[in-house]
Design a protein around this ligand. Structure first.
Ligand code: NCD
Length: 300
């Protein structure tokens, strides 16, 4: 079907639309808000836990004047009564639902929904595949800092392999002409990422002096059967702590998509570091999601 635009990954956006989304984000954050989605019905459907992404999509929809339904997966007939995904989507569209925001543990689940939906599907994170609005808010946070990302070096640390955030961000950094360097052990950052035009490094301390921005990742334990590296070894080699912060340039910033695990990928000194931008990221999540909803639904 796919008669209306969905956002499944950043590839669904033309490069000039990035700029459009960022300009709208700024406008929304400045309070130049019109209720541009008045009467538009949005369903949020999260099959996995979420604090930031769920709340900010919800607030974004409400601030745009949309009608919002938060559907719990356990209440779906699809989950318990044998209704197919196709029939679920046809049913929602028949009711006039225009937007479905979905998070799901399976790669490609939002794309399957979009195939059967006469409306917009927004991917709020699918498996290890993609998390496009997170990448957009991370890019926006860096743009706020640096103006342009051309030629900037962004170091992504940790469990890249299982991170949909990292996978979408790599696409976005490439589009904006920034250099991505992935750092972590082979089991979490396989050398095969070099095929995507990114650098892979193993020694965090050696790479930190060249970073404009550092994005730390959570070890996605829920996606492992057996941890390939002990916590002690991970901490010794990859935790950002006071000593490693001292290797950064003064202008460098540190980010994390959240949720972060204190003591594992970072210690308390990171939370006091002047370049720690976590709260800016969370804040921009709201504006970016308003901008994405607005662009997809109004098309103008
Ligand atoms: C992430 C996610 O769920 O993909 N969080 C987020 O959306 N901000 C990252 C994670 O769970 O580690």
């Amino acid at each position: 079907m796919r008669t209306r635009r969905s956002l499944l990954d950043l590839d669904d956006l033309a490069v000039e639309e990035f700029a459009e989304i960022f300009a709208r984000t700024t406008a929304f954050e400045r309070g130049e808000i019109e209720k541009r989605l008045q009467g538009v019905a949005c369903v949020n459907l999260f099959f996995e836990p979420s604090t930031r992404t769920f709340t900010s999509f919800n607030l974004a929809e409400l601030r745009l004047g949309a009608d919002v339904v938060n559907l719990s997966p356990r209440d779906l007939s699809y989950m318990t009564k044998g209704e197919s995904l196709e029939d679920t989507m046809v049913t929602l569209a028949a009711m006039g639902v225009t937007v479905v925001v979905v998070r799901h543990p399976e790669d490609g689940f939002p794309a399957k929904m979009a195939l059967h939906f006469d409306g917009h599907v927004i991917n709020a994170g699918d498996g290890t595949h993609a998390h496009p609005t997170q990448a957009l808010l991370d890019l926006y946070t860096m743009l706020e800092e640096f103006g342009s990302l051309r030629g900037r070096t962004v170091v992504v640390v940790g469990d890249v392999l299982h991170s949909r955030v990292a996978h979408s961000l790599i696409v976005g950094l490439h589009r904006l002409d920034a250099q991505a360097i992935l750092v972590g052990p082979e089991a979490l950052v396989p050398t095969s990422y070099e095929r995507d035009g990114v650098r892979v490094e193993r020694d965090l301390s050696a790479i930190l002096p060249s970073a404009d921005a550092v994005l730390l990742l959570r070890i996605q334990r829920e996606r492992f059967t057996q941890m390939p590296i002990s916590d002690d070894e991970y901490v010794a080699r990859y935790r950002l702590d006071a000593a490693r912060l001292g290797l950064l340039r003064e202008s460098a910033i540190v980010m994390h998509p959240g949720p972060y695990n204190r003591g594992i990928e970072l210690d308390e000194s990171v939370l006091r570091f002047p370049g720690w931008r976590y709260s800016r990221q969370v804040l921009h999540g709201l504006g970016v999601r308003m901008a994405v909803l607005d662009l997809l639904v109004t098309g103008t």
